[in-house]
Each structure stands twice: as structure tokens, then as C-alpha cells.
Design a protein around this ligand. Structure first.
Ligand code: M6R
Length: 612
């Protein structure tokens, strides 16, 4: 989704801005631009914009000799107005230049007012009203900082903005409300960005801005003013991101790298229990013991893949810990009238921790009086983590591919740990069972590494899938959400229409779709529902459907006409959903490759969905 980088230095900042944009490319975008206050030409604004990749923007800025010591840059993911050069940021109004992430909801009325004052709009974006509004205050005599503050006071919606003026080369001004923004502190130079990864190459010292903050960023200092207008200090964090963690290394795609990193990502996530004899609430924060003892139900809020992780967890939390659990799509929950129950633990699950719908759903839950919150998240210091009472950081490392892979399996690892902790507190986990589960968890990275060996067989399936228009994914019980995740992965990157069903539902409708052109994937672990599932698979075979089954060793399912079986190397008991995810990720990856798709950046999608 949209990305912001800003810089002030005693050197040309264009390479810093471009490098920052490159590091934000993974978030998804459809145009990019940069504006700097020209170092040589009496401080005039120079701007280049492109609907191509950032590399193209880089070539354009070199060709046009764009350089300066103060500047802002942006990657845009279109919301208001098609992807085009005129809609790309930065937008300019009389020497003021602005980049913006988020959506301004009252842009129509502001546009009408600004038009009546003589402003001419050159783009279809909501952002251009910000540029004109800042300019209107600035030309009336306000400082740039005050002009930005007066502007933000009029904006309704979510925004992170960075603003420069060609008449004031000493600073840039940034502000945020509802969209992430941070400052990077350097030696005699300072920066701003929407994501710490954009600044890896220049600084590790990061200051996260709070909602309502507005900051003046100068060469030698930053000054932050909060929503009330008071000057405030915000803590300086040392970013743990390393440049190598976001490099491709020997892999061809980030998704491929991230699929193969899963044994390590899960091992890192479970590191704190690998040598432990038991689990304890402290894994989730200092207050977790008290909070977990006071709750009597759980509500999981999430989107996309993270929602699927929540759906798996419901089976664990109710089946193992015996605690009532509901799982809701965040974008639905936030607008639904629900019956609040104060002793519910609200769990948000998110890779990025910045997903706008999940954040809003958490705020909504709090506004209803739900007392306790826990965030399971891959990004320390993200908005969700900061907004929650308790946290568990999955340690997957940066996930760059838009299709979520290692974030999902590490979320599941975190959720099984939570299940164990709650089960123990509720007297439902014997010491023997705890020891057995900890043993299974220690074996999980090895089991994951073993499953990755099914890749050549999956590749053969993928060649066939790539020629089809539709696919059906079936699972039962806890593997139904894994079928959902398999279908989401396939449609997201291969653009093959895929649906997931609880296999028992097949005969209630979707069976009508099945014929010889419809490949059907079934997840068939050796569990209590296996015989039921086998009956469902017979229903598919009887209609000529081509079955592709991921089966455990002792399921007695073997290859036959119209039945293709891949044997899973390990059976992992209740951890089985984690293992069955891997072949489905590989299937989507190879089907997308076969179709010649750009797997890391599927069309129309963004990595971090920071708008509603
Ligand atoms: O960062 P989050 O986990 O909150 O993101 C939620 C979804 O946008 C995300 O999982 C999305 O569905 C993935 N692209 C799926 O692969």
C-alpha cells in the first residue's frame, strides 16, 4: 500500500529517498514520485513521477538531474483516481509539496471550498486538497508547521503526510492520524517514513509518532507536538531490522524464500519454550496471568490469512482449552452491532500490525467495553501491538511477499502456545499432555523441513492447475480453515478462481460445480473425521471430479484413476494444520509461476492494507 519517505541532510537526498521507496515496494503500489527542493536552483521544487517501477523513477530523476538536500517521496496504491502520472504523489500547490497515505473523507467539501478560493485541481486525488489547504494557510502568513497543523485540524479520515516548501529549506513537516508514520534520527540529518524498513540504510534510531502528532524535522533536531498542541518527547527505539533480512539471497522470489524459511521462523517463534518443561502466561506479557484468569471467552479479530489463523485457533481454544471462542472478519465486526461481553479477551492477529480494519475493530471492541486485548503480531512497535494490553511477537522476520506464508505458520505456533497456557490455567492440561505437546512443538521445525520435500510432486500438480479456471479446496474440522487458506493463496497469486468448503457441505450446493474440469484438493490427515471425509471424496469421484489429496501415511488412500495422492511425511497430531499448509503454499506458488505471474506482487493487492 502507499509508502512515504522524507529526508533532510547536507547531501543529496534523492538516492536516500529512492532507496527508501525500493524497500517499500513490497507493500504494493501502482505509481511513484519524488519531490526535492533543488539545491542549486534557488530552492525551487523539482518533481518526477512515474506509473512504472521505482527503478524507472530513479532513471527519470537521474535523467532530469533531480537533486536537493530536502525532499519527500511516495509510492501510491490508487484509491481516489486511477493509477496515472497526474494522480501520483507528490502533489504541489504554489511551492508546497505533499505526500499522503490514507483517505480524506471530507475531500469533496474541502475541494469545493478551495475551488471557490480560486484553486485549480489537476488530479482526481483526495490528497491534492491537502496541498492546497496547506498553501492557503501558508500564503496567509502561517509558518509551514502551523499551516500543516491548521490543515490537519480540518481533515476527516486517516492520514500520514509529509510536507515541504520551496520557500523554507530548513525543515519538513509531518503529521499522522490513523496511518503509521515514524521519524528516523541520523547524525546531522533526519528522516521520516511510513515504515522503519524504508530507513534501514540510513539509521536504526526510530521514533514512532502517535495519532495526532505533528513534527518539524530539521537537520539537527526534531520537535513533536501532540494533538493537544503540547511539545512532547517520544521514546527512541533501536530498530532490529537488518538489511540482509530483507534481501533475496539465493532465492528467485520472496514468497519462495519465505516458504522455505518456515522451519526457522517457527523455531524462532517457539524459541522461548524449546528448552522449557512447561508453559506460562508470562509468554504473553507481565499482566497475562491476571488477565487470563479473569476472562471467560475469546474474540479473535483479523483479516485475510490472519483470519484463517484465527479460524484454526477456534478449534484449539474450544477443543483443548475449553474456552468459548468466536472469530470475526475485522471489517465486518467493526460495523456490526454485537452483544459485548466485558470478560472477553480480544485477540487481534496480524502480520503487519497496521491493517486498518483490524485496528478499527480493536478500537470498536474497546469502545463497547471489552476490557482485555492481546495482539499476535509479527512487527514489534506496530500500531496493534502498541494498542493492546498483551502481546506475542511472532518471530517470522520481515515478510515481503504479498502472499502471507511464514506469518501464517508462526501465528499458528503462537496460537497453540496460547491454547496451552489457557488450557493449563483452566485445569484442562495434564503435565503429561503438556510435556507431550512441548515435545511435538520442538519437533515442528524438523517436520516442516520434511514437508518441504513434497515440492517436486506439488510442482506436477501445479502444472495442471495452471491450465484450469477454477479449483475447489476441501477439509473437515480444523483442516477446513487450512482449505480456506489454500484457496486464498491460489486465487491471490495465480488468479485461478478457488473456493474452500467444509467437505460435509459439498452436497449442499458446491457439488453441482464438480466435473472433469474441476480439480479438487482435499486435506486428509489421519484424524477422527477421516472416514467422513473419505465419503465426501467418493461424492467427488462419482461426479468425475479430479481429486488431489494430501494424506497422512496411514490413511489407506492411494493413487487411482482421477485420484492423486501426496503422502505427508509426518503426522503432527493437533499441530497437523501447520504442516498441511506448506503444500498448499507451494501449489499456489508454482501455479502462479506456470502462469507467468509476478508472484511477489500480485495485481491489485498490497502487502499492508492501511486503508479501509
Ligand atoms: O498484516 P495482516 O496480517 O493484518 O494482513 C491481513 C491480510 O491483508 C493479509 O493476510 C492478506 O490476506 C494476505 N495478502 C494473504 O496472503
Amino acid at each position: 500500500m502507499c509508502g512515504i519517505v522524507g529526508a533532510i541532510a547536507k547531501r543529496n537526498v534523492v538516492p536516500i529517498l529512492i532507496e527508501g521507496l525500493k524497500r517499500l515496494e513490497y507493500r504494493g503500489y501502482d505509481s511513484a514520485g519524488v519531490a526535492v527542493v533543488d539545491g542549486k536552483d534557488n530552492g525551487k521544487l523539482q518533481r518526477v513521477r512515474s506509473t512504472g517501477r521505482v527503478a524507472e523513477l530513479e532513471k527519470l530523476s537521474q535523467a532530469e538531474h533531480v537533486s536537493g538536500e530536502l525532499g519527500i517521496a511516495h509510492t501510491r496504491w490508487a484509491t481516489h483516481g486511477v493509477p496515472s502520472e497526474k494522480n501520483a504523489h507528490p502533489h504541489i500547490s504554489g511551492g508546497i509539496s505533499v505526500v499522503h497515505n490514507g483517505i480524506i473523507e471530507n475531500h469533496d467539501e474541502l475541494r469545493a471550498r478551495l475551488r471557490s478560493q480560486g484553486y485549480v485541481f489537476l488530479s482526481d486525488t483526495d490528497t491534492e486538497v491537502i496541498a492546497h489547504l496547506v498553501h492557503s494557510f501558508y500564503k496567509g502568513g502561517a509558518t509551514l508547521f502551523d499551516a500543516v497543523r491548521r490543515t490537519t485540524a480540518e481533515l476527516i479520515g486517516a492520514y500520514a503526510i509529509a510536507v515541504v516548501s520551496e520557500n523554507d529549506r530548513t525543515h519538513l513537516v509531518v503529521a499522522r492520524h490513523g496511518a503509521p508514520l515514524l521519524l528516523g534520527l541520523g547524525e546531522g540529518e533526519n528522516f521520516a517514513a511510513s515504515d522503519a524498513s524504508a530507513l534501514i540504510q540510513v539509521t536504526q534510531k526510530i521514533v514512532y509518532l502517535e495519532d495526532g502528532d505533528c513534527a518539524e524535522v530539521k537537520l539537527d533536531r526534531v520537535t513533536i507536538v501532540n494533538a493537544k498542541g503540547d511539545v512532547v518527547e517520544r521514546p527512541v527505539h533501536i530498530s532490529q531490522l537488518s538489511a540482509s533480512a530483507v534481501e533475496l539471497g539465493n532465492y528467485t522470489h520472496y514468497m519462495q524464500k519465505e516458504i522455505f524459511e518456515q522451519p526457522m521462523a517457527v523455531a524462532n517463534t517457539l524459541e522461548m519454550v524449546t528448552s522449557a518443561q512447561s508453559v506460562s502466561p508470562q509468554l504473553f506479557g507481565a499482566e497475562a496471568g491476571r488477565i487470563f484468569s479473569d476472562i471467560d471467552s475469546v474474540l479473535i479479530l483479523a483479516c485475510g490469512t490472519s483470519y484463517n489463523a484465527g479460524m484454526v485457533a477456534r478449534y484449539w481454544l474450544e477443543g483443548v482449552a475449553g474456552i468459548p471462542c468466536s472469530v470475526e472478519i475485522a471489517s465486518e465486526y467493526r460495523y456490526r452491532e454485537s452483544v459485548p461481553h466485558p470478560r472477553t479477551l480480544v485477540i487481534t492477529v496480524s502480520q503487519s500490525g497496521e491493517t486498518a480494519d483490524t485496528l478499527a475493530a480493536l478500537q470498536y471492541a474497546k469502545s463497547l467495553g471489552l476490557l482485555y486485548s492481546l495482539s499476535i503480531c509479527n512487527v514489534p512497535e506496530s500500531a496493534l501491538v502498541r494498542a493492546s494490553d498483551l502481546r506475542f511477537l511472532t518471530r517470522a522476520g520481515p515478510e515481503i511477499g504479498v502472499a502471507s506464508t511464514k506469518a501464517f505458520t508462526t501465528q499458528l505456533a503462537a496460537l497453540i502456545l496460547l491454547t496451552m497456557v489457557l488450557a493449563k490455567l483452566r485445569g484442562r492440561l495434564t503435565t503429561e499432555r503438556e510435556t507431550e505437546l512441548l515435545h511435538q512443538m520442538r519437533h515442528l521445525p524438523t517436520a516442516l523441513a520434511n514437508v518441504l520435500h513434497v515440492e517436486p510432486q506439488i510442482k506436477m500438480w501445479a502444472e495442471k492447475f495452471a491450465t484450469r479456471h477454477h479449483a475447489l479446496f476441501l477439509g473437515r474440522g480444523i483442516h477446513w480453515p487450512i482449505a480456506m487458506e489454500g484457496a486464498l493463496k491460489l486465487k491471490e497469486i495465480s488468479y485461478i478462481h478457488a473456493e474452500a468448503y467444509a467437505a460435509g457441505e459439498l452436497k449442499h450446493g458446491p457439488l453441482a460445480l464438480v466435473d472433469k474440469h474441476m480439480p479438487v484438493v482435499a486435506i486428509a490427515p489421519k484424524d477422527a473425521l477421516l472416514e467422513k471425509l473419505k465419503s465426501n471424496l467418493q461424492e467427488v469421484r462419482a461426479r468425475g471430479g479430479e481429486l488431489h489429496v494430501l494424506a497422512d501415511q496411514d490413511t489407506k488412500l492411494t493413487d487411482a484413476e482421477g485420484l492423486h495422492v501426496i503422502r505427508m511425511p509426518d503426522h503432527a497430531g493437533i499441530l497437523s494444520p501447520i504442516l498441511h499448509t506448506i503444500p498448499l503454499q507451494l501449489l499456489a506458488y508454482h501455479a502462479a509461476l506456470e502462469r507467468g505471474n509476478y508472484v511477489d506482487k500480485p495485481r491489485n493487492l498490497a502487502k499492508s492494507v492501511t486503508v479501509e
